[in-house]
Design a protein around this ligand. Structure first.
Ligand code: ADP
Ligand code: ZN
Ligand code: ZN
Length: 815
């Protein structure tokens, strides 16, 4: 079982931002415990850190090779077959391999050491009469009240403390520095279970309570002590004596924290439509025959989920496992219900809404083969399966597959990569595919599948475009609730049906402005307008989270006369409640769904029709299936069009077509009122026609003309720092390095374009000034070769102490 027992040298990735792999020795007493995929504790420089075993090392014995200090896991956290995947990611996204693995694993597993400093005995005695500088005295006095973490010292003293000073104090014996371990808090939990020793025990002469316990165990079988206690309060003491007397045995069982809500009753699938059958049999022909990627373009309400369920069943029946990616937590619930109803307990879920412990448990269920289906958000692409049959990516166009921090990957792209490495099938589905996938079909990289009709031949909703320019003179909220929309809402509610109102901006007023001096109320860290959140009595910054009381005055002139311009979901909600006092109005956006279970409650309200009108941001646009929504109102279609981003048109089209697709999914046909200031814009016209091909036909020409992705590939260098001038200077010198590298190797990098450095469209976020540099090429290899070389040749100066440079490969958020 353990392929590594005899290896004295192992290859490890350390959970630190370093690009290399390292060789460590294994002391004899650990030999039996090492295995690929386990964590080890190891010395690294002056520190002790977590590492991941990637296999035996081919290095020959050298004297200076260090040894591991401990093996942290009883069983591996990931199978060896995932290592090529990790390596691919590290290479493609130019990210340190150890950090790739750390990002992939459920959080809370990494042990780090930190330096703790304390005052020495010598200092304690000599404090008042010795030659120390005032700063040193301050440090020693501070430590007099107890040891502290080195990294916290500067903060606590409100003064920067150079490392040299600490070293000097340590050398002079004034302080002691010790290293301690922290982190790694997530552990498995166990539960005490009780079972009868024999089924046919005689219970005569036992007390009533004891008899009752035995009775329960006889009918229920092995039972947790906790359950017994709820039935017989004295059970915890009684079972001990029952155990002594030989009636029962007590054992400890590993339990998995259950993230699921209520039980789900099993369901059989419906009779498939002809289109569904064709799609399913096409995919099934490819299953277990190697790598293939399908793009399933299915109009909203065409029954894509059923296709997923059927091909998943096929893969499971052939002994493979299934990975299903869904863009948002709200949609996981829906997908999970379908899969659990069909497949029962073998479903695991992975997403950021779970606690660290829950995630760890779900992860363990996969590793220990208790689950062979995983449903999750983007991070579920790392689910530790060994023999995947199919990877399904629902709503593949969705922007939330792109991670925008730390390891900046795109889970949709990784799904295809992992399928290729695992020789299995990837199935990407959407009503509005990404232009990139659409292009991959054109280039014969993906195989196209279609579901052109809605289930039961339901018609697609009729879309009426309302020109908001004609409504300019209306006052207050009437500017945004046009008479057409108002009328349609009245009719829908009168029929007892539901209304969905969509606006891609949360909060109450997104553009508060001082009526006295005319200045916008801005975030003090971001140079961006704050948004009023009335319920929270606060102005909030949507970029850095900065918050100010809603009663604050203008920071420029001190006036308290602030005009609340701009509209957000909160304003729409309160206006609607005023217009329709009888209706039950609810709101779904990031503000109303922070609490655990709140999304589920809203979805339940829609399902049980206790909500008549739901107002929401893009959260409501995605994938939900509610049969009684017959009217969708798009309050203002233009918000996403005006973004300075080459994908603005694509995103707008997708968003509008998706929201429209929420209408008329039941027996009653649906209707959409689309309000816009740009009724002639081609993204809006295409959304009105619900014509995906018309849109892509035009959009691809525009991308070709400017050499934008998917025609080309890009890498963005995101440069940021707190000091305005230093950030700009660093951006410029990085730019010079790029141009230099290109000029000196003009034959290799001919087709490579360097754009910038320029100040970012959002020039300051969270006190950081932002610059960017864009690299673009029609040839992926050239692009990656360039950035690899740039990085290798300038490793030391790439990121400086004051300015951070992040490499964003295939960037999505360009501002
Ligand atoms: P999509 O994801 O393509 O928008 P869904 O998968 O949500 O569509 O399916 C729409 C509705 O049709 C769901 O309520 C689903 O249960 C139902 N459905 C799917 N396939 C069938 C079928 N073959 N017969 C009847 N109803 C179906
Ligand atoms: Zn003012
Ligand atoms: Zn801010």
């Amino acid at each position: 079982m353990n392929e590594m027992v005899s290896h004295t040298y192992i290859e490890v990735a350390v959970a630190l931002p370093v690009y290399n792999l390292f060789t460590y020795g294994v002391p004899e007493n650990f030999l039996a415990f090492i295995a690929t995929g386990k964590r080890v504790l190891l010395p690294f420089g002056q520190r002790v850190v977590t590492g991941y075993i990637l296999g035996p090392s081919k290095k020959v014995a050298e004297k200076e090779i260090k040894c591991i200090l401990d093996v942290l896991d009883e069983r591996p956290l990931f199978p060896p077959s995932m290592i090529p995947f990790f390596k691919w990611i590290a290479d493609y996204y130019k990210h340190p391999i150890g950090d790739v693995i750390k990002n992939a694993l459920p959080g809370g597993l990494t042990l780090y050491d930190f330096a703790s400093i304390a005052i020495s005995e010598k200092s304690r005695q000599a404090l008042c009469h010795d030659s120390v500088t005032p700063v040193e005295k301050k440090i020693l006095e501070h430590l007099g009240s107890g040891p502290c973490r080195l990294q916290d010292l500067s903060k606590q003293l409100k003064q920067s403390i150079p490392a040299a000073l600490i070293q000097s104090l340590q050398r002079r014996g004034r302080i002691t520095v010790t290293r301690r371990l922290s982190g790694g808090k997530t552990k498995s939990i166990t539960q005490r279970n009780v079972a009868l020793t024999k089924p046919d025990l005689l219970t005569d002469g036992l007390s009533k309570a004891r008899q009752k316990i035995i009775e329960i165990l006889r009918t229920e079988g092995e039972t947790p002590v906790k359950t017994l206690k709820s039935l017989v309060p004295s059970a915890p003491t009684l079972i001990r004596s029952l155990e002594n007397d030989g009636y029962v045995t007590i054992c400890h069982k590993r339990v998995y924290r259950d993230p699921f809500g209520e039980p789900i009753s099993p369901e059989a699938g419906p009779v498939l439509t002809g289109e569904q059958q064709t799609v399913i049999s096409t995919v099934s022909q490819y299953l277990h025959k190697g790598f293939a990627t399908f793009l399933l373009e299915g109009v909203t309400g065409s029954g894509k989920t059923e296709v997923y369920l059927q091909v998943a069943a096929d893969a499971i029946n052939k002994g493979h496992s299934v990975l299903v990616l869904v863009p948002e937590i709200a949609l996981i619930t829906q997908m999970e219900r379908h899969f659990r109803a069909r497949f029962g307990e073998c479903v695991a879920v992975l997403h950021s809404g779970l606690s660290a412990g829950e995630r760890y448990d779900q992860w363990s269920r996969i590793v220990h083969k208790k689950a062979n289906i995983t449903i999750g958000a983007r991070s579920a692409i790392f689910a530790p399966f060994e023999n995947i049959g199919i990877i399904i990516v629902d709503e593949e166009h969705d922007a939330s597959y792109k991670q925008e921090s730390s390891l900046r990957y795109n889970a949709r792209d990784l799904a295809v990569v992992r399928a290729k490495l695992n020789d299995c099938v990837a199935l990407l589905g959407s009503a509005t595919p990404s232009l990139q996938s659409y292009y991959n079909v054109q280039r014969k990289k993906f195989i196209k599948l279609n579901l052109k009709k809605r289930i039961e031949k339901r018609p697609l909703p009729e879309i009426n475009v309302v020109d908001l320019r004609q409504n300019r003179d209306a006052r207050g909220i009437r500017r945004f609730i046009t008479s057409e929309l108002h009328q349609a809402m009245k009719e829908t509610l009168a029929r007892g049906e539901q209304v969905l109102l969509f606006l891609n901006r949360r909060g109450f007023a997104s553009f508060p402005i001082c009526a006295s001096c005319g200045q916008a109320i801005r975030c003090k860290h971001c140079d961006i307008s704050l948004t009023l959140h009335k319920k929270a009595n606060a102005y909030r910054c949507h970029y850095c989270g900065f918050s100010r009381s809603s009663s604050s005055r203008c920071t420029i002139c001190g006036s308290s006369n602030i005009k609340q311009l701009g509209v957000g979901t909160e304003k729409v909600e309160s206006a609607i409640a005023g217009l329709f006092p009888e209706a039950d109005v609810a709101r779904m956006d990031r503000d109303t769904t922070t609490r655990k279970g709140s999304i589920l409650a809203l979805l339940k309200g829609l399902k049980n029709r206790t909500i008549d009108i739901l107002v929401g941001t893009q959260m409501v646009a995605k994938g939900h299936d509610f049969p009684y929504i017959t009217l969708v109102g798009i309050i203002c279609a233009d918000l996403s069009l005006s973004f300075p981003d080459f994908r603005a048109g694509e995103r707008t089209f997708q968003l509008l077509a998706q929201v429209a697709g929420r209408a008329g999914r039941g027996d009653v046909p649906g209707r959409v009122i689309l309000q816009t200031f740009n009724p002639e814009h081609f993204s809006i016209l295409a959304a009105k026609q619900q014509d995906v091909n018309a849109f892509y036909g035009q959009e691809i020409n525009f991308r070709k003309a400017l050499n934008y992705p998917p025609i080309s590939r890009m890498i963005q260098l995101k440069i940021s720092g707190k000091d305005k001038n230093k950030t700009e200077a660093h951006a410029r010198s990085l730019g010079d390095l790029c141009y230099g590298l290109k000029t000196n190797n003009s034959s290799s990098y001919q087709g490579l374009e360097i754009m910038g450095p320029i100040e970012a469209s959002l020039p300051r976020i969270a006190q950081h000034y932002r610059w960017q540099l864009l690299l673009k090429s029609l040839n992926t290899k050239v692009l990656h070769d360039f950035i690899g070389r740039l990085l290798a040749e300038n490793m030391a100066s790439f990121t400086s102490r004051n300015v951070k440079v992040v490499i964003d490969v295939d960037p999505y958020f360009m501002m």
